[in-house]
Design a protein around this ligand. Structure first.
Ligand code: GAL
Length: 410
């Protein structure tokens, strides 16, 4: 073969290889990006010929991304793989609409059916199929604080919501007007789920989602009562703050506590470079001790995508031990797999992994595990009704009306 011919062939090969593409869609933008970016870098090492587009839509908890995804999915332009919460968010929206490929064959060929906890696999399963690949386990019900500041103020992390309110009143007496740091709307809902779990306990929390406990039951109405009191100790400018800015208030000593999922640990350790236990401290949300409220970020394979093989390889990396151990130490989550290399995880994550094994596990509402999106997307209205009326019964009635409408628990 002439040199010129060989060169032309090589050029063709490069052009053909360069034509391989993969578009990944998520809300992990900006400060939330490093873990995903590390995984994409690893993908680039394994599949150098694939050009990866990292499409992100900013907005914590996917508040904006989900709307964009819906437009694209319904408009016949699905991304090759997209972030979605394991559980009802995925099943109740895209699986029932028959927009996803069943990944049970991939779980089988990769040997994953025994590598993930059985409870997680069942959360991803519906009608005999497994519908997405979980990359992590996040914990929703965590209280964050700044150890040096708590020491200075002479208080300790409260163990119940009553204790929390008493501690906050002490802090207010010392001139800290808003001891609780709160952010934009979805973070209020996030706070609500920790209050609800604390007031109801795990069994009644679960019973809400199976329809066995009505939102109008006096036990559930009481949640709003406590929630209202908790809101009174939060900052007034919450609506204008991202979850990271609410975290910053605690880090900078302008607030004592924040209730947030452990992506906050990722932000504090990876972005702010704080040492777990020194720069930031954690405890279960008040009244939540012994219960781990979980959620899992996962990626699925939509039907009709342009780049199926690169997308399958992306899912293989996500579900692999290496992939999970690259992503999670940066993200502030623990691996969804049971065989991760714990030496790669910081002190916060080691403690989360311990709780994940020892605690009672319940699912998060706000992050897609327990209720379909049809319920969750209307929960904001329930919140508005409560905030406008400060009437627990009115909020409870509205929540029950939506539960009936979407057929929760049926
Ligand atoms: C959650 C998601 C986390 C994190 C968080 C804040 O819903 O599961 O991975 O991104 O939102 O945006």
């Amino acid at each position: 073969m002439s040199d010129r011919f060989a060169g032309t062939l090589a050029l063709f090969a490069t052009v053909a290889a360069g034509a391989q593409k993969l578009e990944i869609f998520s809300w992990w933008a900006g400060d939330e990006g490093p873990a995903l970016e590390a995984l994409i870098t690893q993908y680039g090492k394994l599949y150098p010929a694939v050009e990866v587009t990292n499409s992100t839509v900013t907005g914590g908890s996917g508040v904006n991304a989900r709307a964009v995804l819906k437009t694209r999915m319904l408009g016949g332009d699905p991304p090759d793989s997209f972030q979605v919460h394991a559980g009802q968010e995925l099943i109740g929206t895209w699986v029932v609409a028959e927009r996803m490929e069943d990944l049970a064959p991939l779980f089988k060929s990769e040997g994953w059916t025994t590598k993930f906890p059985a409870g997680l696999i069942s959360l991803l399963s519906y009608k005999g199929g497994i519908w997405s690949v979980p990359v992590n386990i996040h914990r929703s019900n965590v209280l964050w604080y700044n150890p040096a500041k708590l020491k200075e103020w002479g208080v300790t992390p409260p163990k119940t919501w009553d204790e929390f309110l008493a501690t906050c009143r002490t802090l207010q007496g010392k001139g800290l007007d808003a001891p609780l740091a709160l952010g934009e709307n979805w973070t209020q809902q996030h706070l609500w789920e920790s209050v609800a779990l604390g007031v109801l306990g795990p069994d009644n929390w679960n019973a809400l989602w199976t329809g066995k406990l009505k939102f109008t039951d006096p036990k559930a109405v009481k949640v709003w009562d406590t929630f209202g009191k908790v809101l009174e100790v939060a900052n007034q400018d919450a609506a204008g703050l991202s979850w990271q800015q609410a975290t910053d208030l605690v880090v900078q000593g302008q607030a004592a506590f924040n209730i947030m999922g452990d992506w906050a640990a990722g932000y504090m350790a990876t972005t702010l470079m704080l040492q777990p236990g020194e720069g930031f401290g954690w405890a279960p949300a008040p009244g939540n001790g012994g219960t781990f409220m979980m959620l899992s970020d996962s990626f699925g394979l939509p039907k009709g995508i342009k780049n199926r093989t690169p997308a399958l390889n992306w899912l293989k990396l996500l579900g692999s031990r290496d992939g999970q151990d690259i992503f999670n130490p940066l993200k502030g989550s623990i691996a969804a797999r049971t065989d991760s290399d714990m030496s790669k995880y910081n002190a916060y994550l080691q403690s989360a992994a311990k709780d994940w094994k020892a605690n009672k596990i319940v699912g998060s509402l706000v992050h897609g595990a327990v209720a379909p999106e049809a319920f969750m997307s209307q929960f904001g209205t329930v919140m508005e009704i409560y905030l406008a009326s400060k009437n627990p019964q009115a909020a409870a009635n509205a929540a029950q009306a939506i539960a009936n409408q979407v057929g929760l628990g049926r």
